[in-house]
Design a protein around this ligand. Sequence first.
Ligand code: TYM
Length: 344
Amino acid sequence: MCATEQNTTGQTARKKRIFSGIQPTGVFTLGNYLGAVKNWVAMQEEYDCAYSIVNMHAITVRQDPAKLKKQTLDSYALMLACGVDPQKSIAFIQSHVRTHAELAWVLDCYTQFGELSRMTQFKDKSAKNADNINAGLFTYPSLMAADILLYQADLVPIGEYQKQHLELTRDIANRFNGLYGNVFTIPDPLIPKAAARVKSLQDPAKKMSKSDENPNAYISILDEPGSIIKKCKRAVTDSDTVVCYAEGKDGVNNLITIYAAVTGKSFEEVAREFDGKGYGVFKQAVGEAVAEHLRPIREEYARLSADPAYLETCYTEGARRALSISNRTLEKVYKKVGFVKPCL
Ligand code: TYM
């Protein structure tokens, strides 16, 4: 995280920093992977990266404790299986690093009720969990701001659906800096050009989400090839037959987006490839390409899951490095707001 590189004038320049996180609320979907995690992996060479399994965010909706514990460890293994390299990046579990909760409290005091009330995710989740609209669900974005600002992140790779939270993070950071000087780096979102919004296979007006009640609506990245192909074949499209990216063809557009992301082809190339072939052939090809793309991840996940001792070493070291960096920011913040430093 502290690595430096030589710039053209021979001076050492700080590498840009990246922070991102994912909730351990189930196996990652193809949406999580294409919209976020795939890009995390690609950035490790060029940037100093910190990636977290954000289990503290997950308890804003009621979780079964045993299941959350298992899903947290599984998600960590999955993050590494996707290609996050714990030697190159800081890969950690959020609750292991106490600075996140501590900075979140301070930021809560610099975040307005009105700002939090406008968050779309809060509105959606409180509608879905009407019997448990807890304070944590409401202040979720200040914890997310703490995650990012603790590492002085320059860039935050996210899918389109997290953009509003990032804008609020910037507002909170600017407000704090306005009062106390330059404490926080103002982060920019990094939203992929392709696959920033992967849609449900059953209702392309909605996002692909692991909490969808219909398992045919999403592809989990550990799904078996047969199941992936079946889900793609059943994907909702339209009554037309031409494979092309166009207004009003949301289901087909979604499949083209997915196919282009896993094959590296452009939308035009995809349209040419399936010219005159119809939806049946196209859907089969999408399923096969996705299954093939995810195969090495499934295999690596099986290998890593069989080695819990290795995973423990990785997340312990990740937590140690994350604490060391984030504590510097926290100490600065505590000083700025007027907290007395103890001689412990
Ligand atoms: P989460 O766990 O819902 O999703 C993790 C990442 O996956 C992206 N994503 C998608 N991208 C494209 N299409 C989809 N259908 C799709 N579904 C999910 C999300 O945009 C996200 O980038 N609040 C965050 C987790 C978080 C975080 C952070 C992220 C906590 N602290 C700090 C960045 C920085 C969340 O719930 O993501």
